[in-house]
Design a protein around this ligand. Structure first.
Ligand code: NDP
Length: 320
């Protein structure tokens, strides 16, 4: 069987490469010395792209691949792909929903606990020997809190289920009100006002750009804690820094940033109140393996019958 050329954007695991090798011949774009020349020479050969949520499909690639039919993206967030434009071109896009819900929820809750119980400064206190000179200050209990979930989708619902173990009262805001036993708020600010901890887990992109702004942070208020495991674009980072510096809110746990991998120095300078992670929401061996499997399955299924297992909503009508 002839192998089909596959334009690969970003890295893939050995396991993914092995599962693809009978059907596809990957061409890693980022390893090409002259990207523009490569795309001009070979772009028309590609009917399939394998990418990830970080790289998406850049404009130069979209323009250089007139025969493109499918994009399989590793990751659930696809804000780096212009899904409407691709759907209009008749191109199927798949992503990896569901398989990472538990891991991202665990990351969100870990950030919340790390901020509340000051785990990072407490570790520094123990490690540095400061403990020999004095006790570590008391922290705040995460039990019996009001937890707000901004974006009650697949991951948001998983977070809601998990925080029940902390006897949390769950509140949420989404585009639509759901049939769930949690309290709905019509705006992000109303949600912020109602809760102690606000966990952001919407998609990124223009619709949710700065959905957490100065108004939402003011509503969250003194003592409030912001957790962001969605995309850096959802939080107005300048407003967040100001809110932390002025004591408008008490703390933050952040896995994502507006200009990744750059993190503003001001956030790094508040280790006692701000916990920072390098976008590792789903980054365990087990979950990344499951994401890799689904990414590959989508390509193999498409090669077999022209459909994918997990299309993005914008492309569902194209899926068979
Ligand atoms: P879903 O599509 O299942 O859920 C998204 C939720 O966000 C839905 O409840 C949706 O509301 C809500 N939402 C969308 N747009 C808006 C808006 N404009 N205003 C208010 N609410 C909105 O996605 P997942 O739960 O699977 O994933 C969510 C996001 O998490 C991903 O898109 C990705 O960006 C991020 N993510 C981050 C990771 C990390 O490493 N930190 C890892 C994985 C995902 P409604 O239900 O009403 O449509």
């Amino acid at each position: 069987m002839a192998k089909m050329p596959l334009l690969q954007i970003g890295g893939i695991t050995d396991d993914m490469a092995t599962k693809l090798e009978t059907d596809f011949a990957p061409f890693p774009l980022l390893e090409q010395e002259d990207r523009a020349a490569f795309l001009a020479d070979r772009g028309a050969e590609f009917e399939a792209i394998l990418t990830n949520g970080h790289y998406g499909v850049p404009d130069d690639v979209a323009a250089a691949t007139p025969n493109l039919k499918v994009v399989s993206s590793y990751g659930v967030g696809y804000d780096a792909i212009d899904a409407d434009a691709f759907a209009e071109r008749g191109i199927l896009i798949s992503h990896t929903p569901g398989v990472l819900n538990d891991e991202v929820a665990v990351t969100a809750i870990s950030l919340w606990l790390a901020v509340y119980r000051a785990l990072v400064p407490a570790d520094a206190h123990a490690r540095s020997g400061a403990w020999e000179k004095g006790e570590f200050p008391l922290t705040r209990s995460p039990m019996d809190r009001k937890v707000g979930i901004l974006g009650l989708g697949r991951i948001g619902e998983t977070i809601a289920a998990m925080v029940k173990a902390f006897r949390a009262e769950v509140h949420y805001h989404s585009r639509s009100k759901k049939d769930v036993p949690y309290t709905y708020h019509a705006t992000p600010a109303a949600l912020g006002e109602a809760v102690d901890v606000l966990i952001v887990i919407t998609p990124g992109g223009p619709e949710t750009q700065h959905i957490v702004d100065a108004e939402v942070l003011a509503a969250l208020g003194k003592g409030g804690c912001l957790i962001n495991v969605s995309r850096g674009s959802t939080v107005d980072e300048a407003a967040l820094i100001e809110a932390l510096q002025n004591g408008t809110i008490a703390g933050a746990g952040l896995d994502v940033f507006e200009h990744e991998p750059k993190i503003p120095q001001a956030l790094k300078d508040m280790p006692e109140r701000v916990v920072l992670l390098p976008h590792v929401g789903s980054a365990t061996m087990e979950t990344r393996a499951a994401m890799g499997d689904l990414t590959v399955r989508n390509l193999l299924q498409w090669k077999k019958d022209g459909t994918v297992e997990t299309p993005v909503p914008e492309c569902r009508v194209l899926n068979g």
